[in-house]
Design a protein around this ligand. Structure first.
Ligand code: COA
Length: 132
């Protein structure tokens, strides 16, 4: 993914169920994210049509995936799985051994995908957030 893909990505994210957008999805913040994690995020496109996205990055210790999304009419063709595979391969190449991601409670589609893809659903962890 490059910033040339941003507009199409944002419009896919905005129309994807189970995905919450925030200030961190602005053009400036996504540009900073891509610059900080070069080569980790991917899109799947055919011609001008954007089919899927994956944001991936790490903090030097653990990897994190965000915004795994595939256009509704292109699901079930292996696109999501392939995007994740590529993101993980890049994180692994950077020496990152473990990766986490967040799924909104109630997103059963996402939950099913991650479980089917071999990801372990973690219990006993609470997420706390604060403004800096
Ligand atoms: C989740 C999502 C990205 C999956 O994309 P996709 O391209 O349809 O997934 P794939 O075709 O690559 O599927 C990979 C594997 O997961 C399985 N799978 C996909 N969605 C599944 C689901 N909801 N439940 C169970 N298994 C699922 C597929 O059958 C496939 O299994 P296989 O490798 O044994 O054949 C897509 O449904 C989507 O964009 N959902 C909305 C956004 C979202 O919820 N993102 C994740 C939240 S963090």
């Amino acid at each position: 993914m490059t910033m040339d893909d941003y507009a199409a990505c944002y419009s896919l994210w905005a129309s994807t169920e189970g995905m919450v957008l925030s200030d961190s999805d602005s053009r400036e913040e996504i540009a900073r994210y891509l610059a900080r994690n070069p080569g980790c995020s991917f899109v799947c496109a055919r011609g001008d049509e954007l089919l899927g996205t994956l944001l991936a990055g790490h903090d030097g210790r653990r990897g994190f995936l965000y915004h795994v999304a595939v256009a509704t009419d292109r699901r079930g063709q292996g696109i999501g799985g392939e995007l994740v595979k590529r993101g993980l391969a890049k994180l692994r190449a950077e020496g990152i051994a473990k990766c986490h991601l967040f799924v909104l409670a109630g997103n059963e589609l996402g939950r099913g995908f991650w479980s089917r893809s071999g990801w372990e659903e973690r219990n006993g962890i609470l997420l706390f957030s604060s403004d800096t």
